[in-house]
Design a protein around this ligand. Structure first.
Ligand code: C5P
Length: 216
């Protein structure tokens, strides 16, 4: 079974994908990680994240082990990491270079400890539209920018990352605008996706809703 969960940053996709992964024995692919890995590698190498040649070079050499290694870096989940990811992900050739790696994951899905899985749950922006247009179930999870910014701000606070709510809100809106207006694979719900606005829902309510739809 292939399940896709797309939507903007901090809508609750990651938490939902983890719960779905556990319940249905599906390997989870957080596709934002590969864009974060490419963006962070460029920053570490002192390159401009908007320079196509540099970004494409990194994307063409991106592998799962390198992505996992980079994910340990303190900036991987920071605002700087998210912004760099959003910039490299707007470059069409970079998206193209990373497409096969994302599709191939579903050919022989495995959990991080090597156990085989019964399928994949993708967490991303274009999983239902581009990566797996034939997925069994597609969801588009969203929430008001103010609600998402507050969730992200609280996460940063818990991790001891110094920032303000206003700064996180501005970055959330900036990333939304870039993700939905880019020419290649803009963020949008697949025609056959179920759209869920989580602004006034708890994670458990969203999870129940999604499970009902999968089970049906
Ligand atoms: O989901 P996450 O916040 O980790 O993603 C970081 C950035 O990577 C997003 O803002 C988006 O610009 C980009 N991205 C993408 N396509 C995906 C996943 C993430 O363009 N499938």
């Amino acid at each position: 079974m292939i399940v896709t969960i797309d939507g903007p940053a901090a809508a609750g996709k990651g938490t939902l994908a983890a719960k779905i992964s556990e319940k249905y024995n599906l390997a989870c692919f957080d596709t934002g990680m590969i864009y974060r890995a490419v963006g962070l590698k460029l920053i570490i190498d002192g390159k401009n994240v908007e320079d196509e040649d540099s970004a494409l070079g990194v994307a063409q050499n991106m592998t799962f082990p390198l992505m996992m290694e980079l994910s340990k870096h303190p900036d991987f989940r920071s605002s700087a990491g998210g912004n760099a990811a959003s910039k490299v992900s707007a470059i069409p050739s970079v998206r193209q270079a990373l497409l096969q790696m994302q599709r191939d994951f579903a050919k022989s899905p495995r959990f991080p400890d090597g156990r085989p899985a019964s399928g994949v749950v993708y967490d991303g922006r274009d999983a239902g539209t581009v990566i797996c247009p034939n997925a069994d179930k597609k969801f588009f999870i969203t929430a008001a920018p103010e609600v998402r910014a507050m969730r992200r701000y609280k996460e940063f606070q818990q991790k001891g990352i110094s920032t303000t709510y206003e700064e996180v809100l501005a970055q959330t809106k900036e990333r939304d605008a870039r993700d939905s207006s880019r020419s290649s694979a803009p963020m949008k719900p697949a025609e056959d996706a179920v759209i869920i606005d989580t602004s006034n829902l708890s994670i458990d309510e969203v999870y129940q809703k999604v499970c009902e739809i999968i089970d049906s």
